[in-house]
Design a protein around this ligand. Sequence first.
Ligand SMILES: *Cc1c(COP(=O)(O)O)cnc(C)c1O
Length: 389
Amino acid sequence: MIPYGRQDIRQADVDAVVEALTSDFLTQGPRVPAFEKVLATRADAAHAVAVNSATSALHIACMALGLGPGDLLWTTPVTFVASANCGIYCGADVDFVDIDPQTYNMSPQALEAKLIAAQAAGRLPKVLVPVHLAGQPCDMPAIHALARRYGVRVIEDASHAIGATLGAGPDKRPVGDCRYSDITVFSFHPVKIVTTAEGGAATTNDADLDRAMRLAASHGVTRDPDLMTHAPDGGWYYQQVALGYNYRMTELQAALGISQMDRLEDYVAARAARAAAYDVALEGLPLRRPHQAPGRSSAWHLYLVQLDLDRPGADQARIFDALRAEGIGVNLHYIPVHLQPFYRARGHEPGDFPVAEAYYARALSIPLFATMTDADQDRVCAALRKVLA
Ligand SMILES: *Cc1c(COP(=O)(O)O)cnc(C)c1O
């Protein structure tokens, strides 16, 4: 089976992890801050906080922004459930903004309409979580302008998008620089662009948010006298000044992350080359290829197609199963989150986000990863030609 995504582990990664494993620190040593420095530099952000998953990073980002009971978080329905669950963790309510039919990212037009209605109803969201689906950045200038106008904080879920850029020419900036947001979150799960096995990070330019996220990720405990209510009792002293969790990344993970980040550019370039090859090879098949908005360059986490199901006998589930039977590890990103039973029980229904639901009804993700070979890609294309014939 050719998987839809897979990690690339080289000898340099193995050596880095073994070195960490046999060092003095398995956790809370020098490698996590070193990895944070690599991430902050690469994203051109002032701070990066490395944690044990993007899910944890989303949670501490919401905590740092003060999201709580009675508040509202909005995200896109076409995402992994974690982009929404972080709001529930904080006791907030979650709602969704429909997607753009071209990019499948959160639609700024739908966002504006929903903000106008929310203001009239006196229930504006506190936090907005746009997701850079498949690695293509959202229209962040438009989303940021609306968020500013309505006083909404923004967390970019860039789980798919490390290495992506926004803007053109001298204005070209890496995703993660938080130019249009308060915080940006990355995932290092093995199917993503670079991996730490499990892992995630949050970048920000705000020192207070950085401090709050660090506290939230480590029990709310500090050894910094400046954050304490009184002078330390002695050299042993620490204080718990907030409620936090244990979301720390290990030294092994950070070592792997540092080593993987050396190849970020290569990975994104390899994925972009495979995507360009699909664009050519799939021309003429009964499907829509991904649309790239101008002035945004994708990290190409996923290659998402929309099947043409208007032909007689064309059926999404049958096509999916037939491709799997051909040894092609197709997948589907994503089942709209508002249709999950957990969110249905919170008042969401089919029909709430029609563009997202129409997307889902035709969606398919085909294999895309940096180490894919020409032979792998030829096999995927041949299977698609056969199954869609
Ligand atoms: C993978 C993913 C997450 C969660 O990442 P973890 O590191 O597995 O917790 C969150 N949001 C999106 C969009 C993702 O794809």
